[in-house]
Design a protein around this ligand. Structure first.
Ligand code: UDP
Ligand code: MG
Length: 351
């Protein structure tokens, strides 16, 4: 822990996963800082470098000299967005944690709207993207994902994809304790929340860099989401298997009946039909096998108990206390602005 901790503890931790976002970082840090300064709440920014291969890490460490309250967590390699957010959670010290994308699609100016709901006692504040700025394909997929996932998991989340969210420290601690390897943070938080709220937030198009999610990566993420929170696919498989088997039996009876009524010649013509049916069965079998394999794979990765991320270094800085001072009626542990202007302290940690 840094020596400054006794002096000031942040109320808000802004946790940002960063993967090859060098073009967005300058504006990102500036806008978060401006937005937080205007709230008057003591805050820290925890930027997690998720194994970037560009200049992101160096840039962040450089910014640390200029911006008090920026902590940088360096992961050993690319572990994925949700693992990176977890790494940030384990380092962050705030009473409430706000997650945010580094590409500025989530405007930092919205953070205060989330915090006001947290002030009113909501332990998880979810968001719905107003006039979402993504291509129609992504929007259609998201609509499908939101509807089917809510149905399968029994959760009630309007927009799974929006990562601008606020979580009370208690919820974060429960999530961190869970030690699940592949999971989906907004859904996990909803499962732990006692008093969740949702608020509409604006959404911007990505103007710098490119999306880190290919179609395949998106499908994999959705697999994580569904299999983490629901046994529905397995149950569906049982129902489907039973239906296919019943149909098969019915068809067998039909064939036998035709054979008896129409004579032996009729049955031979059914060979191709049988082939078709066989393919359907084989297809269903593979589908089921794959699905069972998916769960088996998850069990395998859980029993292995490999760390979900490995931290190479944590470069800490003192929390920033806005010059404007305390917000009326709000309890803060300190009003001292940090004078420390160094590249931060490095602290080794294993995840
Ligand atoms: N991200 C990450 N690790 C990854 C992929 C993404 O830390 O393996 C970060 C990325 O830098 C960004 C956020 O997760 O801050 C969301 O990624 P992106 O904007 O590419 O996703 P999209 O908005 O296209 O869903
Ligand atoms: Mg994005």
């Amino acid at each position: 822990m840094p020596e400054t901790e006794a002096v000031a503890k942040p109320q808000v931790s802004i946790v940002v996963p960063v993967y090859n976002e060098e073009d967005s970082i300058p504006e990102l840090i500036q806008r978060i800082t401006d937005a937080m300064e205007s709230t008057g709440r003591p805050y820290e920014i925890v930027a997690v470098d998720d194994g970037s291969s560009d200049n992101s890490l160096a840039l962040l460490l450089d910014y640390q000299k200029k911006f008090p309250g920026l902590t940088v967590v360096e992961l050993n390699r690319n572990f994925g967005q949700h693992a990176a957010v977890f790494a940030g959670f384990e380092t962050a010290r705030g009473d409430v944690m706000v997650t945010l994308d580094a590409d500025l699609q989530n405007p930092p100016e919205e953070i205060e709207n989330l915090l006001e709901l947290w002030d009113r006692g909501h332990d998880v504040v979810g968001t719905i993207r107003r006039e979402r700025q993504d291509n129609p394909f992504r929007k259609t997929v998201s609509w499908l994902v939101n509807t089917t996932t809510n149905y399968m998991t029994g959760l009630k989340i309007s927009d799974y994809g929006c990562m601008l969210r606020a979580y009370d420290r208690h919820v974060v601690e429960s999530m961190v304790q869970g030690q699940e390897v592949s999971t989906f943070i907004p859904a996990l938080a909803a499962a732990f929340a006692r008093n969740m709220a949702e608020v509409e937030v604006s959404h911007a198009a990505r103007t710098r860099g490119e999306s880190k999610y290919s179609l395949l990566k998106l499908i994999m993420l959705h697999f994580d989401l569904v299999t983490s929170f629901s046994m529905w696919p397995l149950r569906l498989l049982i129902l489907l298997g039973a239906a296919v088997a019943l149909l098969g039996m019915g068809f067998g009876a039909f064939l036998l009946f035709m054979r008896l009524v129409m004579g032996p010649a009729w049955a031979a013509e059914g060979v191709f039909t049988l082939f078709a049916i066989l393919f359907v069965f084989i297809g269903a079998l593979f589908f089921g096998l794959g699905l069972v394999g998916e769960y088996l794979g998850r069990i395998y990765s859980e029993v292995r108990r490999r760390p979900r991320f490995v931290v190479r270094g944590v470069y800490e800085h003192a929390p920033a206390v806005p010059a404007a001072g305390k917000k009326a009626g709000q309890s803060t542990r300190s009003t001292t602005k940090s004078k420390k202007k160094s590249g931060g302290k490095k602290k080794a940690k294993s995840g």
